[in-house]
Design a protein around this ligand. Structure first.
Ligand code: E4P
Length: 218
């Protein structure tokens, strides 16, 4: 399973990359706005900056909502760096755009996916990745992980090559369960990735080892 970080914050991307476990990055317009990025030129430069930190797929989202606009943006984004994956929303024009981009060799990530039916359409259109938002589903008192299981099963049964990229990760349990369920990728904020490090018995064990190391008077 691949690990992507879900942020546009360059320091956090560097920190995760330095761990040696990072495979890629996802961003979205909200995450870009949070970093105070303004204007087209700054947006494009920021994607290049991310690509220079991480040697793996970097999802850059189109801001247009119509087919022609998405295609024009997709070409501009894909031209920035070889690792750019164009993120396209799950809307009617988005599905058309994914089909066009797939046919023209541009990788895509179909975002804002909340149902198995949407995931099926994304796969039929040839999306490279599909992004079900599990945390936001949990927020509505439904089970986001159940959707991951459903999509993984459908894709496996029919041999779709679209990779299941579990998004809107909120905690360590989401990551571990996605691994169990066979998601191809998780994209997570840095705290949940770092949360995988912790176990109270590790802390207790380390404290004891450090105490006993002192006794050896190295
Ligand atoms: C996915 O690519 C999205 O950027 C992201 O996972 C959304 O997560 P959120 O629900 O925490 O905003």
């Amino acid at each position: 399973m691949q690990f992507f970080i879900d942020t546009a914050n360059l320091d956090q991307i560097r920190e995760a990359n330095e761990l040696g476990i990072l495979d890629g990055v996802t961003t979205n317009p909200s995450l870009m706005a949070k970093e105070g990025i303004k204007g087209r030129a700054s947006i494009l430069k920021h994607y290049v900056d991310i690509c220079e930190i991480v040697d793996g797929p970097v999802s850059a989202e189109v801001l247009s909502t119509d087919y022609e606009g998405m295609i024009a943006e997709a070409h501009e984004l894909a031209g920035l760096h070889k690792n750019i994956v164009v993120k396209i929303p799950m809307i009617k024009d988005g599905i058309k755009a994914i089909r066009y981009l797939t046919d023209n060799g541009i990788p895509t990530n179909c975002t804002l996916v909340f149902s198995a039916g949407q995931a099926l359409l994304a796969a039929k259109a040839g999306a490279t990745y599909v992004s079900p938002f599990i945390g936001r589903i949990d927020d509505t008192s439904n089970d986001g992980l159940q959707l991951i299981e459903q999509i993984v099963n459908i894709y496996r049964y029919h041999g779709f090559e679209t990779q299941v990229l579990a998004a809107s990760i909120r905690n360590v349990n989401h990551i571990v369960k996605c691994a169990e369920l066979g998601a191809d990728v998780i994209t997570s904020p840095l705290p949940s990735i770092l949360g995988l490090l912790y176990h109270p018995l590790t802390d207790l064990g380390m404290a004891k080892f450090i105490e006993d190391t002192r006794k050896m008077e190295l």
